[in-house]
Design a protein around this ligand. Sequence first.
Ligand SMILES: [Zn+2]
Length: 324
Amino acid sequence: MSSTKPLKQKRRAPKANAKRSPSKFAASRNWLERELSGVRVVQAASLARIPWLVHGFSTRPGGASELNGQRVLNLSVTDWDARENVVENRTRFVAALVGANALVAKNGLAREMQLVALKQIHSDVVHAFAAPPKEACQGDASITHQQGLLLGVQTADCVPILLVDPKRRAVAAVHAGWRGTLARVVAKTVGQIQMRFGSKAADLLAAIGPSIGGCCYEVGTEVATQFTSQFTDAADYFDELRTGDEPNPLQWLNMMPPGHQPPPKNVLLDLRKANRAQLLAAGLRDANITVSDLCTACRRDLFFSYRKEGAATGRMLSAIGIAR
Ligand SMILES: [Zn+2]
């Protein structure tokens, strides 16, 4: 599995009085970090190589919104933020994504790229867009082979997944929380791309962006039970909260019922692992799946975390599109 590497410092001589550049948190063989006008985006190296593709995952710092005295790039309308801030942040984010692709930026190809976001409902609903909709559609994944549309999903812990078929020129954006993962939204999106655009799963590239990690995502055992009823390898996605007293970790998952000890109240769920497994099962090649190991809950300096901060936090956007 490909993943991000730990912090890496920029190799640039520090200038006197220059604003200290934050360390590159995402730079590795598999991930790139780009900055344009104070907006930092994360890109999968495999997708960044495609000359006609515009894509990226947003981060928290910078932007027109203010949260707890800090400037943040909130990309979704919330109670604590003004709509015009969100509009401005989205404009900057799209500009950063376009600017990250040297070829597209140079040719002005992406000037009219239009962001298409969804009214997300934690479902398995996939929309195919040939043109921007008049109003945001309810659903959690979108696909297109149309140029000029920038498909976006909003997250603050949930897993954002971007897909591209470099051969047939088709793209998809997927939002997968635990409900969407359980409903197999990413597998269904792959199915839709194949059905509508004639793509082969083995040709698809996937980027699983920053999301809450198995280190932080605590769920009740009723969630784990739902996963075990749906996925034969579900035990791989879960870990126990360690108290040091467990005689046999995860025993309750394998021996139900009847169990000799009561199951733990909560367990840790690794949603990235679960979604990666769905992509593999759908026919994607292991080497074509890039997974970020940046945890939104651990790295609140870089991302918004609904779990850690509650409703009064922002939203990231992950977007992908075909340049005109
Ligand atoms: Zn974490």
